[in-house]
Design a protein around this ligand. Structure first.
Ligand code: HEC
Length: 465
């Protein structure tokens, strides 16, 4: 049921000027009150002559404001009690301001002066209360106190602020309702569906109320999109009169709708971690985008691994391998392979024994061949690979590195690698640094490639060794 159906549009059109016009009587009456009290001082005595004029202006604008306010209330959707109080307080203030005008032009006696002062104070307080209730009607009663410090909340009888939810850093630890659905609804829907502005008799401030629904029954039915009025309303064509949010407010994006759809289909529960749900790739991407986790997936440098076998490490060190853990707290390894006539191929095979730990690898000037890179291509944790001055390596060798999806830095200085390798490199999605000095790559092609891969920094110079 549309509450606007029985009221002529024009009435509501006029009514909506109420929140605008209301500032006029408030401002004018307060100035009148201020002038009245200031005039009690000798220096400002002359102001008293203008007080009746200002009060008259305030009273007249207050009458108009009341009329518009009444028209606005016809559109419905307000909390009845608050509306009742706001209406009668507003009318009261208006009547008293008319009295104040007459009182201010009457003959002055001492007694009359006292009455005037009391009237002024009453108008001032009345304006405050009426305005506050009006604010509650438009913004919801928690508008003012929502961001108030806890001591102030305690004074007005509110519970301490709910602890803000910690930012989600890992997809699995996100709560489907609390971290995804609730913020979406809070952002776009709560302004009209709260305890004071109960549009469609629907409260969207809590999970229970959301399920309970409004005039037309439950707004969410777990597992059933068709029966979920809320879902219907956000998926109607945008110009449909029942579309939510209405009145040209920014609608949910297609992605937002998919997230809500996923929640409903998965039982519309009040809480529950994503870790316990089965997500398809497309959904993972949706959630990651929504939660701002895109591209922050921790790289292999954060991986927690078992330490490498110490006898293996000793044996490698005995052969001249330089091996270090990357930090005091990590078992991951950085390795430099020693130079040895014709031993390079064998040395490289040795690396497989620590493939679960190795993240940095330097193969500088070892005269390794394309074939050897087949082995390197199995070291999937590598984030940094230095192939500097292996003069016979070509694009063929680079093509064996496609599985190195953790790779962030690749140095191919002084090799035969040409533009062909850019195809492989394009698939190294984490790559941030590429060193290409003295290769067969051409700068024009590399520049085009770089522009298409904004995350990439390409180094052409010798300086970045
Ligand atoms: C500008 C105010 C406003 C906003 C914002 C708003 N709504 Fe509404 N909503 C209304 C009004 C008015 C009604 C009652 C008229 C109607 O049924 O269309 C209503 C009715 C509804 C109903 C039907 C309730 C029932 O049982 O009849 C649902 C469901 C709903 N809104 C969902 C939403 C959702 C979801 C959002 C956020 C995307 C939203 N609304 C945002 C004003 C609003």
């Amino acid at each position: 049921m549309n509450e606007l159906d029985n009221v002529p549009d024009f009435v509501i059109f006029l009514g909506r000027f109420h929140p605008l016009l209301v500032h006029l009587p408030i401002g004018v009456l307060i100035i009148g009150i201020l002038m009245y009290f200031l005039a009690k001082k000798e220096k400002f005595q002359h102001l008293i002559k203008s007080v009746p004029f200002v009060l008259a202006l305030g009273a007249i604008s207050a009458v108009f404001t009341c009329v518009l306010g009444y028209l606005l209330s016809c559109q419905g959707g307000y909390d009845n009690d608050t509306l009742f109080n706001h209406k009668w307080l507003g009318i009261g203030v208006t009547v008293i301001s008319i009295l104040a005008y007459y009182s201010s032009v009457w003959v002055k006696t001492k007694k009359n002066n006292l009455v005037n002062s009391i009237i002024m104070v009453v108008i001032f307080i009345g304006l405050g209360f009426t305005g506050h209730l009006g604010g509650n009607l438009t913004h919801g009663s928690t508008y003012l106190t929502q961001y108030a410090p806890n001591p102030i909340r305690a004074v007005v009888g509110l519970p301490p602020k709910a602890e803000a939810r910690l930012a989600v850093t890992v997809l699995d630890s996100a709560d489907l309702y609390l971290d995804v659905v609730q913020p979406l609804i809070a952002n776009k829907c709560i302004s009209c569906h709260n305890t004071d502005k109960l549009k469609g008799n629907l409260l969207l401030t809590s999970h229970a109320n959301m399920l309970k629904g409004g005039e037309n029954g439950p707004s969410i039915v777990a597992g059933n999109l068709k029966e979920s009025e809320l879902f219907n309303r956000i998926t109607l064509p945008q110009h449909h009169k029942d579309f939510m949010p209405p009145e040209g407010k920014r609608p949910f994006s297609d992605e937002d709708v998919k997230l809500i759809e996923f929640w409903i289909l998965n039982g519309a529960k009040p809480n529950g971690l994503l870790a316990n749900l089965e997500l398809e790739d497309e959904q993972i991407e949706l959630f990651e985008n929504f939660l701002g986790l895109k591209g922050t997936k921790s790289n292999s440098l954060n991986a927690v691994v078992n330490p490498a076998d110490s006898t293996v490490i000793s044996a490698l060190r005995a052969k001249g391998f330089k091996i270090k853990t990357i930090s005091n707290t990590s078992n991951l390894l950085g390795v430099t392979v020693p130079y040895g006539e014709n031993k390079a191929a064998k040395h490289i095979k040795d690396l497989l024994s620590i493939k679960k730990q190795i993240v940095f690898l330097s193969l500088n000037s070892l005269n390794i061949k394309d074939e050897d890179l087949k082995t390197i291509g199995q070291l999937e944790l590598l984030t940094k690979l230095n192939l500097h001055s292996n003069f016979s390596i070509s694009s063929q060798g680079i093509s064996y590195l496609t599985k190195l999806q953790n790779l962030e830095s690749l140095n191919i200085y002084n090799t035969q690698v040409d533009n062909e390798a850019l195809k492989t490199i394009a698939n190294l999605k984490r790559l941030k640094r590429l060193y290409v000095w003295n290769t067969k790559m051409t700068q024009d092609k590399v520049e085009v490639f770089k522009n298409a891969n904004k995350r990439l920094i390409v180094s052409y110079g010798v300086s970045a060794l």
